[in-house]
Design a protein around this ligand. Structure first.
Ligand code: ATP
Ligand code: MG
Length: 420
C-alpha cells in the first residue's frame, strides 16, 4: 500500500526532540507558577469572527494565513492562529475579568497557512503568558523579567536579545498612520501589492512587511515615537529606566510594530542571530483595547508568546537532564514473574530511571546488542544462580562492569550510587 505522508507544513516531533520540548515546557511551567501565572486551556477551533475582529483584517494572519472552513451547518470556523484572542474570549466568557486581576499561562499548537521553511511551519507550538487588569508599568517589567529569567534558565545567554518600542495609544497610531500614508504615497511605484492595499486600509502594517525590497523605504519612514502622546512617552521612558536598573539589556527598534492590530504602548520581540531569517523567538506587548473589541469590559492587558519550535533550535541538548535506563532480563521462563515484579519495585524506588522489562527474550548476546543500540546504562539479570542466592547480576554497560549484588536494598543503593 502507498504510504500516507503528513500534510505540507506539518511537523512530527520524534522522541529525542520531544524530550527537549518537554524539558523546555517544564522550565516554562515552573517559572510561570513561581510568578503566580495559572494555566488555562481553551479550544483550538473558534468562531472566525474572533480573529477577524481582534487580530485585524489587514494583518498577515487574517489576510492570508488562517485555516478557515465551514462547519456542516455553515458556520465559519478557524483553527486558532494565535492564543491571545482565545484566551481573552475565555476570560470574558467565564467571568474571569469580573473577578479582578488575572495572571494566565497556556501553551499548545497554533495554525497558520504560511510558506513552510526552517522555523516556519503551518502547525507550531507556542508558550504564552497574559496578565489582565494591571494598569501600570510594573507588569510590563515583570513580563520582560520572566522572559529573561526563562531564557537564562535555558542557558541561552548572548544567543538571544530583546528589542523594544512604544507604539503609543490607538489614537496616537491613527495620527501616525496618516503620516505614514503621506510618506509611502510618495513611493507608490516601489510598493508591492500587499503594501498598496495596506496603504489605504492600515499603513502601519507596511512596517511589518517581510519584503526585503521595502526595508530601505521603511527605514526612511517617520518614526512612531514622534507621534505618541506625552503620557505614553513618559511611560516608555520609565520602563527603559527600570530595565537598565534591572540589568535587562534591550535594543530600541523604532519600527517594531508587531503583526497584530490590538497592541498599544510597549511592544517587544526577543530575537536571535542564530536562526537565519526566522529570527524572532518571542513576541509580545500591551493590548489594552482587545477586551472591548471582543465584547468585554475595559481591561488593561499585556502578554507574550514564545515559538517553542524556534526556541528549541537554540537550546543545547547538553542542558537537558538525562534519564538513566535499565533493562531487566529473566534467563528462564520460571523467573518471568520474579523479573516482572522486580521491574515494578524498581520503578517505585528509583527516581529519574526508565526501567524496561524485556519479557520472554533470553538470548543474552542479542539482548546486549539491543541494549547497546538503545544506549542502555544498566542491565539486571535474573537466572537460577541469582534466585538461589537471592542476588542480582548488575551490568554497568557504559563502564563495561559486572557485579553480583546481594538483595534488593543493595541493588537500589548500587544503582543510586552509580548515577552520581
Ligand atoms: P513572524 O514575523 O516570524 O511571522 P509573527 O510576528 O507572525 O512572527 P507572533 O504572532 O508574534 O509571530 O507569534 C509569536 C512567536 O511564534 C513568533 O515569534 C515565532 O517564534 C512563533 N511563530 C509564529 N509563526 C510561526 C510559524 N509559522 N512557525 C513557527 N513558529 C512561528
Ligand atoms: Mg507571521
Amino acid at each position: 500500500m502507498k504510504k500516507i505522508s503528513k500534510l505540507r507544513g506539518m511537523q512530527d516531533i520524534e522522541p529525542l526532540q520531544a524530550k527537549k520540548y518537554d524539558f523546555i515546557e517544564m522550565e516554562f511551567n515552573s517559572i510561570s507558577k513561581s510568578y503566580g501565572y495559572d494555566e488555562v486551556r481553551f479550544p483550538i477551533l473558534e468562531n472566525t469572527e474572533l480573529f477577524e475582529r481582534s487580530v485585524g483584517d489587514e494583518s498577515d494572519i487574517v489576510n492570508k494565513e488562517m485555516f478557515t472552513f465551514e462547519s456542516k451547518s455553515g458556520k465559519s470556523m478557524t483553527m486558532r492562529p494565535e492564543g491571545t484572542a482565545g484566551s481573552m474570549r475565555m476570560a470574558i466568557e467565564n467571568g474571569l475579568l469580573d473577578s479582578g486581576q488575572q495572571r494566565i499561562s497556556y501553551k499548545g499548537p497554533m495554525f497558520r497557512y504560511e510558506r513552510p521553511q526552517k522555523g516556519r511551519s503551518r502547525q507550531f507550538q507556542q508558550l504564552s503568558l497574559e496578565a489582565y487588569g494591571f494598569d501600570d508599568y510594573s507588569i510590563d517589567l515583570e513580563i520582560l523579567e520572566i522572559c529573561k529569567e526563562f531564557f537564562t534558565k535555558l542557558s541561552l545567554g548572548e544567543k538571544i536579545f530583546l528589542e523594544i518600542n512604544s507604539i503609543g495609544t490607538q489614537k496616537d497610531q491613527k495620527i501616525y498612520s496618516t503620516k505614514l500614508k503621506d510618506y509611502f504615497s510618495n513611493f507608490k511605484k516601489d510598493l508591492d501589492e500587499d503594501s498598496l492595499k495596506r496603504l489605504e486600509k492600515n499603513p502601519l502594517r507596511i512596517l511589518d512587511s517581510k519584503n526585503e525590497k521595502l526595508f530601505n523605504l521603511i527605514e526612511g519612514a517617520p518614526k512612531i515615537y514622534d507621534s505618541i502622546s506625552t503620557k505614553s512617552k513618559e511611560n516608555y521612558s520609565k520602563i527603559k529606566d527600570f530595565l537598565e536598573k534591572l540589568q535587562i539589556k534591550y535594543i530600541e527598534n523604532p519600527f517594531l510594530v508587531r503583526g497584530l492590530d490590538y497592541y498599544n504602548d510597549l511592544v517587544f520581540e526577543w530575537k536571535s542571530n542564530e536562526l537565519g531569517s526566522q529570527d524572532t523567538v518571542c513576541g509580545g506587548g500591551r493590548y489594552d483595547s482587545l477586551s472591548k473589541i471582543i465584547g468585554g469590559r475595559e481591561t488593561s492587558a499585556i502578554g507574550f508568546s514564545i515559538g517553542l519550535d524556534r526556541l528549541s533550535l537554540l537550546v543545547e541538548d547538553s542542558i537537558i537532564p538525562k534519564q538513566k535506563s535499565l533493562m531487566i532480563i529473566s534467563l528462564e521462563d520460571s523467573y518471568f514473574l520474579d523479573a516482572l515484579k522486580l521491574a515494578t519495585s524498581l520503578r517505585n524506588k528509583l527516581n529519574n530511571f526508565s526501567v524496561q522489562f524485556l519479557g520472554k527474550e533470553k538470548n543474552l548476546k542479542s539482548l546486549l546488542k539491543k541494549a547497546n543500540k538503545k544506549n542502555t546504562d544498566f542491565m539486571v539479570i535474573i537466572g537460577k544462580k541469582e534466585i538461589d542466592s537471592n542476588s542480582y547480576t548488575l551490568k554497568n554497560l557504559p563502564k563495561n562492569l559486572e557485579l553480583q549484588v546481594n538483595g534488593f536494598e543493595a541493588l537500589i543503593n548500587n544503582l543510586n550510587e552509580n548515577i552520581q
